[in-house]
Write a protein that binds this ligand. Structure first.
Ligand SMILES: Nc1nc2c(ncn2[C@@H]2O[C@H](COP(=O)(O)OP(=O)(O)O)[C@@H](O)[C@H]2O)c(=O)[nH]1
Ligand SMILES: [Mg+2]
Length: 285
């Protein structure tokens, strides 16, 4: 049965089908959808080196101590290796690899058919349906894809570290706006207090952590639970409205025949036709 996800290998296989957009993956997602909706997704985003992977690993330990099943999706567009996170991430996460209550997946495929954000969300749906209680999505907060990924998590933690230049200014306003909470990691380094002052203007909770020693992880967990319970009920509707628009636009794009696009582009470039009429005709078709 296609929807049988009761072991890690079956889950990994389903993830691969969804990630590669293999034939039939949509049918699989349709079948899994009714089993989804129970997992809590936390986006963990921020600049490279801020300590997102370390923090993720520490959070996994905190969740496992409570016997919660946790899946991690590491989205790292900077890594050229398919399915490969950075070596450091691998080593850090190795501690969890033998644990059947933990599932770790890297998404490294830039330019995935239909885009990185939709593929990541579909992956999260598979893991949700597979019964994971928490899904941690680590993204590098640089591009629109990553912002979209983080935006659609239940909550998003933006991770900053002192001594990384003008962190607050360096991180784009877009990523600060999607933050539900700020984590100042590497609080053992000088400048953490100043960073906290800088961040206080945003009116969001700010927590300090030292991921490498698990300092502050318990408080981060508690704050996350608190924010989770205070989530506005409309948020899920907003997220789905956003996703439905995206999904529709993608399907439209995939339906376009590239030969026909090229032929139309030639006509527009040659001023034989105007692009507005062409789009109108496509929408009617
Ligand atoms: N001093 C200090 N170093 C940390 C802390 N958290 C992570 N690091 C180190 O910072 C580096 C980058 O961490 P990593 O988790 O890979 O960052 P990422 O790129 O945001 O995922 C690694 O060498 C970590 O060991 C911390 O709280 N304090
Ligand atoms: Mg990382």
């Amino acid at each position: 049965m296609a929807t049988d996800l009761n072991n890690l290998r079956a889950i990994a296989r389903a993830c691969t089908r969804v990630e590669n957009r293999s034939p039939g993956h949509e049918q699989l997602l349709k079948e899994l959808f009714p089993q989804s909706g129970r997992a809590f997704t936390l986006g963990i985003t921020g600049a490279p080196g801020a300590g997102k992977s370390s923090l993720t690993s520490a959070l996994v330990s905190a969740l496992r101590a409570r016997e919660l099943r946790v899946a991690v999706i590491a989205v790292d567009p900077t890594s050229p290796f398919t399915g490969g996170a950075l070596l450091g991430d691998r080593i850090r996460m190795q501690a969890h690899h033998a644990d059947p209550g933990v599932f770790i997946r890297s998404m490294a495929t830039r330019g995935a058919l239909g885009g990185l954000a939709p593929a990541t969300h579909d992956l999260a749906l598979v893991l949700d349906a597979a019964g994971f209680d928490w899904i941690l999505i680590e993204t590098v907060g640089v591009g629109q894809d990553e912002v979209d990924i983080a935006r659609l998590a239940h909550l998003t933690a933006v991770v900053l570290a002192p001594g990384m230049g003008d962190s607050v200014q360096a991180i784009k306003a877009g990523i600060l706006e999607i933050a539900d909470l700020f984590v100042i990691n590497k609080a053992d380094l000088p400048g953490a207090a100043q960073l906290e002052t800088d961040l206080s203007d945003w009116g969001k909770p700010v927590l300090q952590t030292i991921a490498t020693t698990a300092d502050g992880i318990e408080a981060l967990f508690q704050k996350t639970i608190e924010l989770r319970h205070a989530l506005p009920p409309d948020r899920a509707i907003d997220h789905w409205a956003f996703r439905l628009r995206r999904m529709y636009a993608e399907r439209q794009q995939l339906r376009l025949d590239s030969g026909a696009v090229l032929a139309a582009a030639r006509r527009v470039a040659g001023r034989e036709a105007d692009p507005y009429t062409i789009i109108e005709e496509w929408l009617k078709a």
